[in-house]
Design a protein around this ligand. Structure first.
Ligand SMILES: Cc1cc2nc3c(=O)[nH]c(=O)nc-3n(C[C@H](O)[C@H](O)[C@H](O)COP(=O)(O)OP(=O)(O)OC[C@H]3O[C@@H](n4cnc5c(N)ncnc54)[C@H](O)[C@@H]3O)c2cc1C
Length: 381
């Protein structure tokens, strides 16, 4: 019997396995995908300082490698209908980087190499199909009939979590009707000049909101669709409209495109009735990409779950991480509300802030920050 079986080798499961192993717990990692299959797209491109600190506590070399590979852009800029309303360039960090920006796939590669180096047993290409929870442990059965016994399970098997479903736990919440198109452009942004730019009502995107984010290996382009837009068609024809939004990149090579909605969902419980299965990451909560709360909060879950297993305190895990997820959902909801600006008063406030920004910098700062939702001071993702 393993002390811990981690289900799912995404960023959250890989971190959970590393954290559990670092606590001296015998750990096995179970993943449905074949080991060599590369996952498409950049997905989470922003690794927060808090996440780097979590990884450094497991192994300082992990955090250092991810930081060194990623890009730290220093300028934030916001435009309203093509006119700049906020721009700020931060000094180059003299100490620890405030964040680092790189594709999730590269973070996963680094975490997997660390798992291998630590000698963590990982089994690939055979997903968990059934879960039996008892007061003294958990039995997992895979699609190919393998049986794994574990004292505890950390379920990091993503949004469609089989483990969550087998435990009778449901996700509660909403998904926005508004769709967003996300595109990766292959490029090598210059860290000294690359800026994260948010456009309200971009004139070259038919007045739609557009977010441009540089990262190691490319640019992320997010377009907020309007009612009636065919988001899949936008994603499929990205090479036609992206060049107008990224004039500094030539030629434009599209690496990946997709469509998503703002999801704001949290599991009704974060553990099973016996406190033997702990949900983490997207198995436990779905959050939108804006604000970069998804992967970062999942990695916080992973670290807390491993600690809870070590300390035998899964109730505390369940209440603290669920509260953190709910706080993140509230922040995401505020961000979406701002982006959609459905009420006349909101539109007027945004318009007034854009008009006042040249004389009143705090109005520009507010426009710059609002699409990401309020900063979470009390909760570290
Ligand atoms: C288009 C898009 C853009 C995104 N952009 C951002 C962003 O900008 N910022 C951000 O923070 N986040 C972003 N995200 C979200 C981010 O990708 C997720 O938060 C992150 O992948 C969650 O990690 P996870 O490990 O919980 O789940 P996953 O990465 O989904 O990993 C789950 C793993 O479990 C495996 N699995 C599933 N079922 C089983 C089973 N039954 N048995 C064994 N293994 C199983 C899967 O194969 C997978 O490897 C984005 C996501 C998408 C789709």
């Amino acid at each position: 019997m393993s002390a811990v079986a981690v289900v799912g080798a995404g960023p959250v499961g890989l971190t959970a396995a590393l954290a559990a192993h670092a606590h001296g717990l015998e750990t096995v990692l179970l993943e449905a995908r074949p080991r060599l299959r590369t996952r498409p797209g950049s997905r989470a491109i922003f690794v927060h300082r808090a996440t780097l600190d979590h990884l450094a506590a497991i192994d300082p070399a992990l955090s250092a490698e991810i930081t060194a590979l990623g890009l730290v852009w220093r300028t934030r800029s916001t435009l309203w209908a093509g006119r700049q309303v906020h721009r700020r360039t931060y000094p180059a960090p003299s100490g620890a980087a405030p964040f680092t920006s790189l594709p999730q796939t590269l973070v996963e590669d680094i975490l997997l190499r660390a798992c291998d180096a630590a000698g963590i047993r990982s089994l690939w290409g055979d997903g968990v199909r059934t879960v039996t929870c008892r007061p003294d442990g958990v039995t997992l059965r895979t699609g190919e009939g393998a049986v794994h016994e574990a004292s505890h399970v950390i379920a990091a098997d993503g949004a469609r979590s089989t483990v969550r479903e087998q435990c009778g736990i449901t996700l509660e919440g909403t998904a926005s009707a508004t769709e967003f198109v996300v595109v990766d452009v292959d490029a090598s942004p210059d860290p000294a000049t690359a800026a994260r730019v948010f456009h309200y009502r971009h004139p070259r995107a038919g007045g739609r909101n557009v977010l441009l984010v540089p990262f190691h290996g490319g640019w992320r382009v997010d377009v907020q669709c309007r009612r009636g837009d065919d988001a899949r068609q936008w994603a499929a024809t990205a090479e036609q409209w992206v060049p107008a939004l990224l004039p500094e990149v030539s030629p434009v090579t599209i690496g990946w495109s997709s469509v998503y909605r703002f999801q704001q969902r949290v599991a009704d419980r974060f553990t099973d009735a016996h406190g033997r299965v702990l949900l983490a990451g997207e198995a436990a909560h779905l959050l939108p990409p804006f604000g970069a709360r998804g992967m970062n909060s999942g990695i916080s879950d992973a670290v807390a779950a491993a600690r809870a297993v070590r300390d035998g305190d899964t109730d505390r895990y369940a209440s603290e991480r669920r509260a953190a997820a709910q706080a993140n959902v509230r922040a995401a909801g505020a961000a979406l509300d701002h982006l959609l600006a459905r009420r006349r008063g909101q539109r007027l406030r945004q318009w007034a802030a854009a008009a006042a920004a040249p004389l009143w910098p705090s109005a520009g700062r507010w426009l710059d920050a609002a699409p990401y939702g309020p900063r979470m001071r009390a909760v570290r993702y």
